[in-house]
Design a protein around this ligand. Structure first.
Ligand code: CO
Ligand code: CO
Length: 345
């Protein structure tokens, strides 16, 4: 790897930070013809994680696609992270991934071994998920990119839309924040080795364990925290449900060093896009520092699940999640219905 060219040097924007901003995306999609189909339970109109199509009374098809430029230099690790991230949207809907197709943009500057390692990383995570890769599509591109189209199965009554949170629900998050900040700092040689290693480990961790535990509980709403940051994805949940989310800033788990780096202003461009998109609906109490808010807007790659669950049963779910996952936490609750917003206290 030492004499091999660094993958991230070929990437203009890393990981989910390369996502088109939420506001711009809404403009790009507006006015496109929408065809209605009674079996389409979730389409793109609610900004959900995946589309959901009803096959029968006990089976739905879940479909999603995600790919992006390298967020790390090691090609195998990049493949693992891109696959874990793509699979996550099926978990965020409550489903199980079954089939996956590779999406690969191979840069002529990458060695065949490096391209092969990216694909091996993808296979590694897809098999860990219990799914199979059945094909794919590869093209040449100066900027490498990798990801998957994933098809999963679920039950029509156990689909976790991002728009169904209810007043009184408890909000839980299963991975700490700060991926965009740590990977940005790493590029500049400013990230602590251990903190960066934890960020990598977290990005390649599937949301499967969390999803499998959650299926034993009532889940009103769920989404995964990726390119739009905690506040961007939380705002979609608030908007969909017509509710206010209360986030308790001291309970929100952060990766080590993320806060300090944010204080130094080491912030990815996507953080500013996310703030521009969500900022007018976010109200922070005076005690919540600017740096803390920056971390909450930080774009995550392969982030955790954000869920709204009824208060009864929430305590047991938190215990199950924290037993199995290092950083699962209750981060707030759902307040009154009405004009949607987020309050940080
Ligand atoms: Co998602
Ligand atoms: Co996605």
């Amino acid at each position: 790897m030492s004499d091999e060219l660094k993958l991230t040097k070929l990437a203009q924007c890393a990981g989910c930070g390369a996502k088109v901003g939420a506001g711009v995306l809404a403009q790009l999609l507006s006015g496109l013809p929408v065809r209605h189909d009674p079996n389409l339970l979730v389409g793109y109109d609610t900004s959900d994680d995946a589309s959901v199509y009803k096959i029968s009374d006990d089976l739905v098809l879940i479909q999603t696609v995600d790919f992006f430029p390298p967020i790390v230099d090691d090609p195998f690790t990049f493949g693992q992270i891109a696959a874990a991230n793509a699979l996550s949207d099926v978990y965020a809907m409550g489903g199980e991934p079954r089939l996956a197709l590779n999406l690969l943009c191979a840069s002529p500057q990458m060695s065949p071994e490096a391209v092969h390692a990216v694909l091996r990383g993808g296979y590694d995570k897809v098999y860990e998920a219990g799914a199979v890769i059945t094909g794919g599509h590869s093209i040449q591109d100066s900027e490498p990119k990798y990801g998957l189209s994933v098809t999963g199965f679920g039950h029509p009554e156990k689909i976790w839309m991002n728009s169904r949170a209810q007043a009184g629900d408890v909000l839980l998050l299963t991975k700490p924040l700060g991926i965009g900040i740590l990977t940005t700092a790493h590029k500049g040689g400013m990230a602590d080795e251990n903190a960066y290693a934890q960020a990598i480990e977290q990005m390649r961790t599937l949301n499967k364990t969390a999803r499998d535990i959650m299926t034993n509980f009532t889940i009103h709403s769920c989404t995964d925290v990726t390119g739009f940051g905690l506040l961007g994805h939380a705002l979609e949940m608030a908007k969909g449900g017509g509710i206010t989310l209360i986030l308790e800033h001291e309970r929100i788990p952060l990766l080590p060093q993320a806060y300090e780096l944010a204080e130094l202003g080491l912030l990815p461009e996507g953080m500013y896009r996310n703030r521009n998109f969500a900022g007018s609906h976010v109200f922070a109490a005076p005690g919540v520092s600017r740096a803390a808010q920056d971390v909450f807007y930080d774009p995550q790659t392969s982030g955790g699940l954000l869920m709204a669950v009824p208060e009864a049963g929430a305590q047991l779910l938190i215990e199950r999640l924290t037993d199995a996952l290092p950083y699962a936490a209750q981060i707030g609750y759902v307040s009154h219905p009405g004009e949607y917003s987020i309050e940080i206290r």
